[in-house]
Design a protein around this ligand. Structure first.
Ligand code: NAP
Length: 159
């Protein structure tokens, strides 16, 4: 599967590495340092590009940027109508909580992405907690513990 990743940090960068190791084709994007991005992409056998190129490349697009940069990243990506978007973004971190205003990240992102259907998978529980996580298969786009948004106008539901 071709996966375009917007956000090459701890989550996006490591997810891209795992996806590539599982045999997926990756295009990594969104960095302040294009040379670093190119090196990081080459290291994991991915292409480097712009968010728009990631959106065009991916059968699935993964959005994984700091909360305060989501609008900027979406602007750079351009229209994602009809794309499947997996996003890990959440409001925790500098500036994020103030922006959410009592809504969940999924609710805010749904408003940022009109017409999208959204679902959120719960994060696996740590060892010793009441609910144990299921065995984790080889990573795929849908195995992330994050919200998944499919930009289909007819499938809109709350988180
Ligand atoms: N870390 C976690 O454990 C965790 C867990 C669950 C969810 N999340 C959420 O997932 C999202 C990504 O988290 P992360 O930890 O992967 O973030 P991160 O490591 O800080 O990555 C930020 C990404 O944005 C890029 N970027 C471009 N312009 C930037 C700018 N002006 N300022 C800062 N970064 C810029 C960075 O590239 P350069 O640095 O190369 O510019 C990098 O690719 C966030 O919404 C976070 O809340 C994080």
């Amino acid at each position: 599967m071709r996966i375009g990743v917007i956000g090459s940090g701890r989550i996006g960068g490591n997810a891209a590495r795992l996806f590539a190791q599982s045999g997926h084709e990756l295009l990594l994007s969104f960095s302040r340092d294009q040379d670093k991005l190119a090196r990081q992409a080459a290291e994991i056998g991915a292409r480097a590009g712009t968010p728009r190129e990631a959106a065009e490349f991916g059968e699935v697009v993964m959005l994984s940027v700091p909360w305060t940069l989501v609008d900027e990243a979406l602007d750079q990506a351009g229209p994602l109508e009809g794309e499947s978007v997996v996003h890990t973004t959440e409001q925790f971190g500098p500036g994020g909580g103030r922006a959410v205003g009592g809504r969940t990240a999924a609710q805010v992102n749904a408003a940022r992405m009109p017409g999208a259907a959204m679902r959120r998978r719960s994060t696996p529980s740590p060892p010793g907690s009441r609910r144990r996580p299921p065995a984790v298969p080889a990573p795929t786009a849908s195995s992330c513990s994050c919200a998944a948004t499919t930009r289909r106008p007819s499938a809109s539901s709350p988180a």
